[in-house]
Ligand binder design. Structure first.
Ligand code: 4NP
Length: 159
């Protein structure tokens, strides 16, 4: 099986992308694919460099059996060399990452996470930062769904 380095990207790298990273990592572990698929996350902003994910995101993840504990970092153009699949949460992330892509090969790596949704029809993963508990639950629902779709595409060799 082809190897994949997968990067989840949002604005702050404290809510959506660390959640995507944690959910997908668990899927990778459950399938015993750790040697084949690596998973990381980053933010477009760098506002929260070096800090743990948002307490609310961690709490909601914990309840579903996930651990979100990676430290926030800013996306850098070098990530285009290191990663094969770059998953963005909304149009702003998608456009900001695409602006940093210097060639077609890099641009082809950038996807919207909702491209892989199986059950939901949302066209983005909404920023939960100023939302209540419902917003964080929705993020987890959408990410679990799309992570399943992403894994299926990888396993079928369609990515
Ligand atoms: P994230 O959420 O992009 O999913 O990590 C946000 C976190 C922080 C801020 C915005 C969104 N902020 O403005 O500080």
């Amino acid at each position: 099986m082809k190897k994949y380095n997968v990067l989840f990207v949002c604005l702050g790298n404290i809510c959506r992308s660390p959640a995507g990273e944690g959910i997908f990592k668990k899927l990778v572990q459950d399938k015993g694919l750790e040697e084949i698929i690596t998973v990381d996350s980053a933010g477009t902003s760098g506002y929260h460099d070096g800090v743990l994910p948002d307490d609310r995101m961690r709490k909601h993840g914990d309840r579903r059996g996930y651990t979100f504990d990676t430290l926030s970092r800013k996306f850098t153009p070098k990530d285009f060399d290191k990663f094969d699949i770059i998953l963005t949460m909304d149009d702003n992330n998608y456009n900001n990452i695409n602006k940093l892509a210097i060639d077609l090969e890099s641009r082809k790596k950038v996807h919207r996470m909702t491209e892989f949704s199986q059950r939901f029809t949302h066209d983005h993963i909404p920023d939960p930062y100023y939302s209540g508990a419902d917003g964080f639950e929705l993020v987890l629902d959408l990410l679990e769904d799309a992570c399943g779709g992403l894994m299926e595409k990888i396993e079928k060799g369609e990515l």
